[in-house]
Design a protein around this ligand. Sequence first.
Ligand code: F6P
Length: 342
Amino acid sequence: MRVGVLTGGGDCPGLNAVIRSVVRKGAQEYAWTFTGFRDGWSGVLNDLAMPLDVAAVRGILPLGGTILGSSRTNPLRAEDGLDRVRDTLNAHGIDALVVIGGEDTLGVAKALSEQGVRLIGVPKTIDNDVGGTDYTFGFDTAVNIATEAIDRLHTTAESHRRTLVVEVMGRHSGWIALHAGVAGGANAILIPEREFDVDQVCAWVESRFRINYAPIVVVAEGATPLTGQMVVKDESRDEFGHVRLSGIGDWLAQEIAIRTGKDARTTVLGHIQRGGTPSAYDRWLATRFGLHAVAGIKDGAFGTMVGLRSTEIVRVPLAEALRTPKRVPAELYREFGVFFGS
Ligand code: F6P
């Protein structure tokens, strides 16, 4: 059996751990051979392949990024995309693909699987917003990075008695904002799932100042004010139609400064949340996903994605997993209301 492996979409810590796990299990237990496709779907579309064997995956477990490279290429938007994908897979004698990606990359996987391409999906993203799994790997690392940043921002905010707004990633969902905000003791947490009221945010800021502490406001990049439009950097879109986000943090700090008359600054964590070595938990989860992806291929469970349910790894049909992104439930968000403004 020859298996192709690719990593697509925004990178995240733990991708290399999956690649290693897939290759080690497949090569050592079943004597499978592997081909790596470079830069996500671009590698399959444009026939950019590299050999992948046990020697090639030695030492990559703690490495951030992906040895295969990644991109946001959508092969289904390219002319003759499906035929080109099929040609590349045939040229390399690929029997099955392991597709490691978020909702966009896995969306392509679903469409190709419906056209008869034999593949298994592995969900990744720091945003933790893929359905069909309790957690995606990369999320834990990102939350730890954001939490450490918030811890550091508390001390400098106190020294200057100013508001610090921390903008974290999270296009459709506020998982990073909520987890890091709670872990870091933020005084307001704003998420895409719930439009925020700037007056309310300013009231939380004022009340935090009244008890003689400086406010930390954590905002997800996809959060929007009540009656406004999402604040974006520019209107350019990627191949999956997404605008580039980031800008809400600066906008909010300005609003807070104007409305409260007190200094407010912004820290945008950006890609720092995606870089560097994966946490122990992400290495663990990525390794398990890789092992179970191989088991899925062995069983012929094509068109499915591995996912985590409680402590079990399950197989979820791609169509079911991708039906709706996983969002922060309103009642979970409300649990932390007692910490806002105090
Ligand atoms: O992978 C998802 C994500 O982390 C989003 O939260 C963010 O909007 C996006 O990646 C940014 O990725 P890039 O800058 O690579 O386009």
